[in-house]
Design a protein around this ligand. Structure first.
Ligand SMILES: Nc1nc2c(c(=O)[nH]1)N[C@H]1C(S)=C(S)[C@@H](COP(=O)(O)O)O[C@H]1N2
Ligand SMILES: [Mo]
Length: 331
């Protein structure tokens, strides 16, 4: 079991959404989360084991993985927030380019058996979270998602090898799913007929309906979400047009974004860019405020299947910003 470079839960929140002005978020600007600590991993002896319901188990070195066909995908990377407060929006998000081996290719190489339904992944980290010692960080995903051709065993981010804090040398990336599913310091993949029984798929990262009705659901697919990048305070003047813009994303493509400048009384459709890969989509519209004073701006994304963002306390609650509209500039 590896020693840990850092013990216990940790979080680096880099930039708030209003500062995420480029389509690709620089690695140094991207948030980072770990529950148990950061393992002290020597890349030289790294192996990834693929086992469970497969015809032949695999043990792959980093060299083996580097020698396989590599795929690149742009994908939004969003943390679901604390599993101890799952309805509190954290807006830890960015958009990056991952590169690595398709999970599907590894599963095909191992030969998945007929009764398989899930792929369980484990990381090398261990330690205390929420008062309990955990031997491993362990997650699962449905076999169909694992085989969609987009899920990767990633070796690089934005063209550079994965830093250790980012999960290097090897991590899972599940585009369209919350970050919690993208296991860092990946050392095993187990094909299974059942979900993982670990704490991070049972106690944590299961959404339970607040009214107690219905079954808990895994925190897998990204719910629609969006954030405002501009304008910010000091940038808006009465009678002068300004661009309202930001980013919108979901597990499936976002088909529309609406914007309000009066705290939600009226909503106006924005222009939305087409999705590239699993990347976030830019939206924008023009606004010419009439009056000086505070205006409550907000945005709301909707997907092709009609899923949208709530205004009630949920992790993807509509993002609001108060902007003070200044007097017209003298010319
Ligand atoms: N092994 C391991 N993988 C993990 C975690 C972890 O604690 N251990 N945290 C998860 C969570 S909750 C998130 S949001 C992402 C964060 O990835 P990042 O640090 O690269 O942003 O990693 C996920 N993968
Ligand atoms: Mo997370």
């Amino acid at each position: 079991m590896p020693a840990m470079l850092h013990e216990g839960f940790g979080l680096v929140q880099r930039l708030r959404p209003e500062h995420l002005t480029s389509f690709i978020t620089a690695e140094a600007d991207l948030f980072s989360v770990w529950h148990l600590g950061i393992p002290d991993v020597g890349p030289d002896s790294w192996t990834l084991r693929v086992g469970g319901l497969v015809s032949h188990e695999l043990t792959l070195s980093l060299g083996d993985l580097r020698g396989m066909p590599q795929t690149e995908i742009v994908s939004v990377h969003e943390c679901a927030g604390s599993p101890l407060a799952p309805t509190v929006p954290q807006r830890r998000v960015g958009n990056v380019r991952w590169r690595g081996v398709r999970l599907r290719d590894l599963l095909d190489l191992a030969g998945v058996e007929d009764d398989a339904r899930y792929v369980i992944s484990t990381g090398l980290d261990h330690g205390v979270y929420d008062g309990t010692h955990h031997e491993r960080y362990e997650k699962d995903l449905p076999l169909a998602k694992a085989r969609d051709g987009d899920a990767l065993v990633a070796l690089s981010v934005n063209g550079a090898p994965l830093p250790v804090r980012r999960g290097g040398p090897l991590r899972l990336v599940v585009p369209g799913y919350y970050g919690t599913n993208s296991t860092k310091w990946l050392d095993s993949l187990t094909v299974s007929a059942h979900r993982s029984t670990g704490a991070f798929t049972t106690t944590y990262y299961m959404d339970r309906p607040e009214d107690g009705s219905g079954a808990a659901v895994p925190v897998w697919e990204l719910a629609p979400n969006s954030c405002l990048v501009a304008p910010v305070d000091g940038a808006v003047h009465a009678g002068e047009p300004v661009e309202i813009w930001g980013w919108a994303w979901a597990g499936e493509p976002v088909s529309s974004v609406e914007v309000t400048t009066d705290g939600g009384r009226h909503w106006t459709p924005a222009r939305v860019a087409r999705r590239r890969g699993y990347g976030w989509q830019r939206f924008s519209c023009s606004w010419t405020p009439g009056t000086v004073g505070e205006h409550v701006l907000a945005c709301r994304a909707t997907t092709g299947s009609g899923a949208t963002q709530p205004t009630t306390p949920r992790r993807n609650r509509v993002h609001q910003r108060v902007v003070f509209v200044e007097q017209a500039r003298s010319r």
